[in-house]
Design a protein around this ligand. Structure first.
Ligand code: THU
Length: 144
């Protein structure tokens, strides 16, 4: 399902706005993200760095996990805003597959110019957990 131009502009604007809140004292690479639900709600996030670099959280994951924590689901699109139109990192792509595999992805730069892609395009042939049997699931699936 593709979203309207108006929704797309609204989402890109939210990502650009979130970018201004980036906490990026180490890389100075500021990133904003905003996720759109099927109900039309937008939840945004920014990158939050840490002096222990591995503790840094990307903007996309902040937006998505924040949305989940607010009880949102049914994610249909995500916008990512950076200075240079940089593409989402591998970990964020994996999280997108987990939480919004059907999402459209908009990637914009500081001028507002953007390109459109999809989660499927960004991470083809992904590991999606369909082969995982959790104890809860295996109990339910037991036939004997
Ligand atoms: N970053 C993101 O927020 N999203 C990405 O998809 C790529 C990288 C952040 C992490 C770090 O704060 C900075 O950009 C430089 O890597």
């Amino acid at each position: 399902m593709s979203i309207s131009d108006k929704e797309c502009s609204r989402l890109n604007a939210a990502a650009q706005a979130a970018r201004t809140f980036a906490y990026a004292p180490y890389s100075n690479y500021r990133v904003g993200a905003a996720v759109l639900t099927g109900e039309g709600t937008i939840v945004s996030g920014c990158n939050v760095e840490n002096a222990s670099y591995g503790a840094t959280i990307c903007a996309e994951r902040v937006a998505l996990t924040r949305a989940v924590a607010e009880g949102k689901k049914n994610f249909i699109a995500i916008a990512v805003a950076t200075e240079d139109g940089g593409s989402p990192c591998g970990i964020c792509r994996q999280v997108m597959v987990e939480l919004g595999p059907e999402m459209q992805v908009f990637i914009s730069d500081a001028s507002g110019a953007f390109r459109s892609t999809t989660v499927r395009e960004l991470l083809p042939d992904s590991f999606d957990g369909s082969g995982l049997i959790t104890p809860a699931r295996s109990k339910m699936q037991k036939t004997d």
